[in-house]
Design a binder for this molecule. Sequence first.
Ligand SMILES: Cc1cc2nc3c(=O)[nH]c(=O)nc-3n(C[C@H](O)[C@H](O)[C@H](O)COP(=O)(O)OP(=O)(O)OC[C@H]3O[C@@H](n4cnc5c(N)ncnc54)[C@H](O)[C@@H]3O)c2cc1C
Length: 384
Amino acid sequence: MKRNYDYIIIGGGIIGLSVAYNLSKKGANNILLLEKDFVGEGSTGKCAGGIRLQFSTDINIRFSILSRKIFDNFKEEFGVDPEFKKVGYLFLATEESELSIFEKNIALQRKFGIDVELLTQKEIKKRWPYLKTDDIKGGTFCAQDGYAGPHEVVQGYMRAIRRLKKVDIMQKEEVIGIDFKNNLWKVKTKKEYFNSPLVINCGGPYARNIANMAKINIPISPIRRQIFVTEPFDMIKGDIPLTIDLARGWYFRREGKGILMAGPQDEKESFNTTTDFEGMTYAAENGVYRVPIFSSCRFATSWAGLYEISPDSHAIMGEVEGNKGFYIAAGFSGHGFQHAPAAGLLMAELILEGNAHTIDITPLSPSRFAKGRLIKESLTAFKE
Ligand SMILES: Cc1cc2nc3c(=O)[nH]c(=O)nc-3n(C[C@H](O)[C@H](O)[C@H](O)COP(=O)(O)OP(=O)(O)OC[C@H]3O[C@@H](n4cnc5c(N)ncnc54)[C@H](O)[C@@H]3O)c2cc1C
């Protein structure tokens, strides 16, 4: 049994896989990835696959633009079609205050060359006549946004990692302890232990628990979000954008022949991943309110996953101060699927080249909370 590795990645979600792939691609070797269940079955497998350029901070927009380049060439690079459907994202405002925030966001997005439309209530009514619009003040639409298949994207990364042959992937191998001795991190699992000078915590909603094993505090909270999907529904013809009713925190998009609708997001943290009747009622009531013809839909299936929320709803990336060789790439706060291609590349730059030069990630450093340098977002941080 091999015990000594140059790099140990904890967590085989989309972030851990992207870090593993990018380290391999840049020439690193002798990498171990430990996953407590099966790769891609954590938050990544529960996500809605949303990919958008419409963010409201510089750093998130930069992550989106960089990730977009990778998603656009995904099939060529990874050999798997990510099923990226560019149907657009439509944000709806029902309050004047939201509209003025949209205007600010659009100004920022256009500085980056993103083609976003600011729409009036009349334009929205004309383009998407199935929406109830009498309470809508306006909206924004970016036709380049859309959603991809989380399963397909995970398979793409797995295939590319296997091709490069630099990573040992151990599934059903839960990390239960982490110590630092003789300049090495000793990572214990239920069955074994492994040593490495460098550990990367990619534990998603469990990243805080994993850091705690090494006596490190990182503020990431697991928050349940439910999803409900209807039976086939054909009363709307043509493309449906991923549509977000901002004030209600509710969204929908197509899922196969049915409609995927957001259930509620919990207020309190937990690791609960069950759906419930209240969640279904929330999805149905919001659905019928915003799209009255949804009253003839019937739910066919549902699931729940965990967001990994940081105090400023931005990722936490970097080496933990005072803990040489302990890195974190987690806390993507509901945006980790779409930002994973960039995140893996930037972590590999930081680890192998000393700094993330494609995008400066120092604003995301784990020490920013203790230093009071939280990132401010103008739009209430929306999570798909
Ligand atoms: C309902 C829902 C919808 C979402 N929709 C979107 C969306 O539309 N677009 C978007 O960009 N994002 C979305 N997200 C967020 C997205 O799913 C996450 O940001 C992303 O999947 C995080 O990836 P990750 O690799 O950090 O976490 P995960 O996928 O959770 O991976 C972490 C892995 O670590 C493993 N692990 C944990 N503890 C241990 C341990 N002790 N030992 C070994 N392994 C361990 C877990 O089993 C897990 O596989 C959504 C999330 C939810 C819940």
